[in-house]
Design a binder for this molecule. Structure first.
Ligand SMILES: NC(=O)c1ccc[n+]([C@@H]2O[C@H](COP(=O)([O-])OP(=O)(O)OC[C@H]3O[C@@H](n4cnc5c(N)ncnc54)[C@H](OP(=O)(O)O)[C@@H]3O)[C@@H](O)[C@H]2O)c1
Length: 374
């Protein structure tokens, strides 16, 4: 096997490893590491949990033989900064006698940005940068969204019938997806730390917006875009606001009224925000790294028009509603790239990436279904 093929194989394995950390490592990036020597993989690992050991240390610890002179393939530049929860990885690689470090992409965090590579080289370790670079950057898109663009990564998802309807006649709530799709949605919610809907959906569906039966779910902040504070006091969201955060984004006039006081007394947090940009900025301040938007057609169009979507998941069922009075799904912009699809006991889940997103680097996220199907 030639060097280039070997590089692709090992970095490809490191990317797969990294993806296993999704939903556990945030706000850190997902990172994977593979240690190889003389045509063999001798160790591998990934960053599993925020605050837990980084991929390089896990991979080094997994080697059953000496790592002296071996090559370490890391999807992201090893860290060198000290003001964080875990010790830096560069000294660990140097102490382990690693001969060469192959880096997927440079860490965009201003505290690192090339510093790890410099330290390795200064210690006499050979470093090559940029193997599968764009794929490795796509892997850390939520992290780039946070550290570079100060916003969460946005996944939008909806369910539609075979004839493109998202609800029953007049917008009445209907179970469109099958059980397997629903399970997948709850797995997806469990990997996110924010979820957002429009007031139209609250008024018609009265959703709870939680990740059901997911023991490893992250705390989920629930957002509603509701300009005039129409959210009913008896809605499930308001009634559960003390157990799990609910943020209602409204206009300036609404925030001073008596309804606002009632909502606050019930534990709802109010945010004066007149744009999606302002809501995303608030989500970033609350350390939300991955926001799941579950829109009706109006909110979906607003997110498309503003260019706020990074990734789209559409669940299409085999059910036909066949009623012109039932609302139709928003039109997916032509430029969106289909990156993968998977069959869920008859329903079809299709993933698209927005190539105009400032965290789009490579259409490689299709492999991203595996964690949700575990
Ligand atoms: N199948 C699915 O996956 C799925 C998912 C969710 C909902 N649904 C269905 O969708 C229907 C509701 O959809 P919908 O389109 O009426 O409502 P929606 O998308 O849930 O909410 C739209 C509303 O949000 C408000 N809003 C506040 N800030 C906004 C902003 N910056 N941009 C855009 N909207 C903003 C708007 O109120 P203003 O009018 O005041 O501007 C707008 O009417 C229901 O039938 C529900 O069952 C289906």
């Amino acid at each position: 096997m030639g060097q280039e093929e070997w590089d692709q194989l090992l970095m490809g394995r490191a990317v797969e490893e990294a993806m296993r950390g999704r939903g556990g490592v945030e706000p850190n990036p997902m990172v994977g590491c593979v240690i190889g020597r003389e045509g063999r993989i001798i160790g591998l690992g990934h960053h599993q949990r925020y605050g837990g050991p980084h991929a390089e240390r896990v991979a080094l610890g997994s080697c059953g033989e000496s790592t002296f002179g071996a090559s370490a393939y890391v999807t992201l530049e090893p860290c060198c900064h000290l003001n964080k929860r875990t010790p830096p990885c560069v000294p660990a690689l140097i102490e382990a006698g690693i001969g060469e470090v192959v880096v997927g992409c440079i860490d965009p965090n201003p505290l690192v940005r090339g510093g790890g590579i410099e330290q390795l080289r200064a210690a006499g370790v050979a470093v090559r940068v940029g193997v599968m670079e764009e794929v490795c950057r796509q892997l850390i898109a939520p992290y780039v969204a946070g550290v570079v663009h100060h916003r969460p990564y946005v996944t939008m998802k909806w369910a539609q019938s075979a004839d493109g309807k998202i609800a029953g006649p007049g917008g009445v709530r209907l179970q469109i997806s099958n059980e397997e799709s629903m399970r997948m949605v709850h797995r997806l919610r469990a990997k996110c730390d924010g979820i957002l809907v429009g007031i139209g959906t609250v008024l018609s569906d009265d959703p709870m917006l939680v990740a059901k039966d997911q023991p490893d779910a992250r705390p989920l902040i629930r957002y509603v875009l509701d300009r005039r504070l129409e959210i009913p006091l008896e809605s499930k969201l308001v009634r559960s606001a003390r157990e799990s955060a609910v943020v209602v984004a409204c206009e300036n006039e609404a925030i001073a009224g008596s309804k606002a006081d009632q909502l606050r007394q019930m534990g709802v947090q109010l945010l004066e925000a007149d744009s999606i940009a302002a809501v995303l900025s608030d989500a970033h301040k609350r350390r939300i790294t991955h926001l799941l938007v579950e829109p009706g057609p109006r909110l979906a169009r607003a997110f498309f028009d503003g260019g706020w979507v990074d990734r789209l998941w559409v669940f299409q069922s085999q059910l036909t509603i066949n009623d012109p009075a039932a609302p139709t799904a928003a039109t997916i912009p032509d430029e969106y790239q289909l990156t993968g699809s998977t069959n869920l006991h008859g329903d079809e889940l299709t993933e698209y990436l927005n190539p105009r997103s400032n965290v789009f680097f490579h259409p490689s996220a299709s492999a991203d279904f595996h964690w949700a199907k575990d």
